[in-house]
Ligand binder design. Structure first.
Ligand code: ADP
Ligand code: MG
Length: 607
């Protein structure tokens, strides 16, 4: 163990490496997520040992350092570290249980390789996506451990040798992975801004602090306070790091000769947030914190309309934080909008796994929600396809839907009615979709519907409110559907209802027509269309009108026959009825079949 030794990768490992390099060339970014999550895992392992066995350890941290000059990107952690044997075994010679699964899954074109690598325990090899040469220097946390260097320069073999240099960044134990970037990748992955962007995307909520070595403007904040330091520092920034091991914020003069080296200073600056909000107890979180989190997380400028923060317990444990935005995303109702912008993201142990589960995570009608689900139980080593079939996911989905409905009910019952009304304007369509697609929750969702009516004076009303205003002798809930609210409000079809002072719901949204068949009644009341052929108000009504109708029928028979003859191909039949009050005639829909409005909608869609 005192000299360099050469090892061949396990055959399977080699295939995995090749596959990763070939299938992920368009999605290289993921390597950083994988390496940071390995660092995070190493810190987590040490944290557990520390708690259990009181192991002495350095401050837990991850330090990332892009270096344009050296064409490297380095990721260091103060975690458990690896012994020599661990370096040999974990990074290449022992096939993981997940490797053959991974190989199988990745060949299935439907699977997203970027999601798979993290899940099958082959994440480390993604380093070769962007590197010609990967160097891993590690020292195990146990006292008196020696430091070793693992070096992989191609996809065939690697070497392991003792490492004399004390170049672990940040502590006496842990691991530093240095990527010698491929020529074409230097611009991207040795670029501080790009790296920060990636870390923020994937790992902003990881448990342990992530520091990025980045330029800070001289004269600002911490940099200014330490300005005098710079005079004593050597031009080579890396040496300074070693000297200031224990400092969480280190600084050094710029080493890569930017445009104005005198003014550009580099420091390790924390780039991820402190404890992620969703892991804290809701009772300790102020409303303002939720609002701020929402804005940071979604990039939305406005506050959320409502939120719910809860913990799922039992068979699968998870935390979730769901928000109702105030306004829909511009492409929310665009069926052609591309997949993958689902706004509820799935994290496993604080690391973003995917935001592409779509309807597997939340039913379609709830796709306007934003937020996160984080579970320790969902194995990261499950492919997307398996995850979809995973029972845990179904349980999470059910619970999310349940909680989301409760949140919407809370919004609907809030003292400030305006909040729900503006919600309705933004997402009313989603609720209607829910009524159509979600039979198990239909009763609850119907209560969330809002309409304008002949008596609401332009305001929105719920079915409960409508029912509370029904006339004593009124049996049905009446509605009229049509293209424009203004037109249907004036429809002659309403004359009779108006005469009886019955309220009529206006349905001018095409979606209403699709929804109505799913809502034949509300409570004890039938929903009746004002534009249907028969419009009866109960027995009294018929008796009252019967003699008059009989007389009219006899008198108007010739006219009726004439109209039926002339309009034979346009009408089913002509009927003398008492439904109109002032208007002489009206065209109505048959009792069965499409309403006129539905026909109009279908015609429009056929175009
Ligand atoms: P996974 O993380 O899913 O096990 P990886 O391919 O990402 O798979 O990593 C392989 C193994 O290498 C890890 O299980 C771990 O034992 C070891 N390893 C990788 N990175 C580190 C690190 N920064 N510190 C300690 N061990 C590491
Ligand atoms: Mg990993």
């Amino acid at each position: 163990t005192s000299t360099e030794q050469r090892f061949h990768y396990k055959a399977e490992t080699q295939r995995v490496m090749q596959l990763i390099v070939h299938s992920l060339y368009s999605n290289k970014d993921v390597f950083l997520r994988e390496l940071v999550s390995n660092a995070n895992d190493a810190l987590e392992k040490l944290r557990v040992l520390r708690l259990r066995e009181g192991v002495e350890a350095a401050e837990p941290a991850i330090r990332i350092r892009p270096d344009r000059h050296a064409k490297t990107l380095r990721i260091c952690d103060t975690g458990v570290g690896m012994t020599r044997d661990e370096l040999v075994n974990n990074l290449g010679t022992i096939a993981k249980s997940g490797t053959s699964q991974f190989l199988k899954q990745v060949r299935n074109a439907d699977n997203d390789a970027a999601t798979l690598i993290g899940m099958f325990g082959v994440g480390f090899y993604s380093a070769f996506l962007v590197s010609d040469r990967v160097e891993v220097v590690s020292r195990h946390f146990a006292a008196n451990s020696s430091q070793y260097r693992w070096l992989g320069s191609d996809l065939d073999a690697f070497t392991v040798s003792p490492d004399e240099a004390a170049d672990l960044d940040g502590g006496q134990h842990g691991t530093c992975v240095t990527l010698h970037l491929k020529h074409d990748d230097v611009d991207r992955y040795a670029d501080v801004e790009k790296v920060e962007q990636l870390v923020t995307k994937y790992s902003q909520f990881t448990e342990f602090p992530i520091y990025l070595y980045k330029p800070v403007t001289a004269g600002a904040g911490a940099a200014a306070a330490k300005a005098t330091h710079a005079d004593f520092q050597q031009p080579d920034g890396s040496k300074v790091d070693e000297a200031t091991d224990e400092l969480l914020v280190e600084d050094a003069a710029a080493s890569d000769g930017g445009t104005s080296p005198a003014e550009t200073r580099y420091e390790y600056v924390r780039v991820n947030r402190a404890k992620p909000l969703w892991l804290r107890e809701p009772s300790t979180i102020a409303a303002e914190e939720y609002r701020q989190f929402y804005k940071d997380f979604t990039g939305d400028y406005g506050d959320p309309a409502e939120w719910t923060h809860f913990r799922g317990e039992g068979e699968v444990e998870f935390r979730a934080l769901l928000f109702v935005p105030q306004y829909p995303a511009f492409d929310l109702f665009d069926a052609t909008a591309k997949q993958g912008r689902e706004a509820v993201k799935l994290y496993v142990r604080r690391v973003l796994v995917t935001d592409r589960l779509g309807e597997k995570l939340l039913p379609r009608w709830l796709n306007f929600l934003r937020g996160i689900v984080d579970s320790d139980d969902l194995p990261m080593n499950v492919s997307r396809e398996m995850l979809q079939k995973h029972r845990a996911l179904a349980l999470i989905r059910r619970k999310l839907q349940h909680k989301a409905i409760q949140m919407l009910e809370r919004l609907a019952n809030a003292t400030d009615a305006n909040a729900y009304h503006s919600f309705w304007k933004s997402f009313g369509k989603s609720i209607k979709m829910g009524v159509i697609e979600e039979p198990t929750h239909r009763d609850k969702l119907v209560k969330l519907l809002r309409f304008k009516t002949s008596k609401s004076g332009g305001n929105l009303t719920s079915l409960d409110e409508y029912v509370s205003r029904m006339k004593r002798d009124q049996k049905s809930i009446y509605y009229i559907s049509g293209e424009r609210e203004g037109a249907i409000a004036k429809s002659p079809l309403l004359e009779k209802l108006r005469q009886r002072d019955y309220e009529v719901i206006f349905m001018s949204d095409p979606l209403d027509e699709y929804m109505l068949p799913h809502v034949p009644r509300y409570g004890n009341h039938k929903l009746s269309s004002a534009s249907r052929e028969k419009l009866r108000f109960g027995r009294n009504d018929t008796w009252e009108d019967l003699p008059k109708i009989k007389e009219a029928r006899a008198r108007l028979k010739p006219l009726r026959q004439y109209l039926e003859q002339v309009l034979a191909d346009k009408l089913e039949k002509v009927v003398v009825s008492s439904r109109l009050h002032e208007t002489p005639a009206v065209v109505v829909s048959g009792r069965y079949g499409y309403s006129a409005n539905m026909e109009r909608i279908l015609r429009a869609q056929a175009l």
